[in-house]
Design a protein around this ligand. Sequence first.
Ligand code: TIU
Length: 224
Amino acid sequence: MMISVPAKPFDYRLAPARTALVVIDMQRDFVEPGGFGASLGNDVSRLHGAIAPIAALLAAWRARGWPVLHTRECHRSDLSDCPPSKRERGEPSLRIGDPGPMGRLLVAGEAGADIIPALAPSMSEWVIDKPGKGMFWATGLHERLLGAGISHLVFTGVTTEVCVQTSMREANDRGYECLIIEDATASYFPEFKRVALAMLTAQGGIVGCSATSDALLAALPAKG
Ligand code: TIU
């Protein structure tokens, strides 16, 4: 049985139990003051609107026992997986690996690398640490998804045009059917979010489809 979700540019056909909810990088380092996102000069409050829609989708997936995966952008403590082209980019107030108010920026195990408490993963959910923007680079995720029989991915998280868009493009290249949830993703730059959504869905859904969280939730079958 497939579920039809009203979406752009055409309805998205969701495969129950084979569709993972993907929550990209909802970490304190991007969402809270004093983290990596703020060190780049961004207004982190621009990301806060995505939190409630993601929480509602998490509740819906958990109630149905469907797969959920969270990603975290972070590096090993020796930064051996952080290329100079990433660490030395720009003029941030703090660089990756520097100590900040939430520990070392974007380093695994530090407080800032944690997912925000409102969206904390449950014990059964996958948490994928990734050194890049895309969730498939250097993570072994494709093999795990294939092994679990997951063929469809519903994308949420931050930021739309950086890690979410990169991950969705990587997924599309690997054959996954992709949907991005418009109100469950956010950018520090509202215009970039709008244009990223347009680029992903243009040309007949060149990368995938987009829908609102309300449209998706309304299309789901009753729990249980
Ligand atoms: N997770 C993610 O999008 N990483 C970024 O660095 N995003 C920015 O928008 N900077």
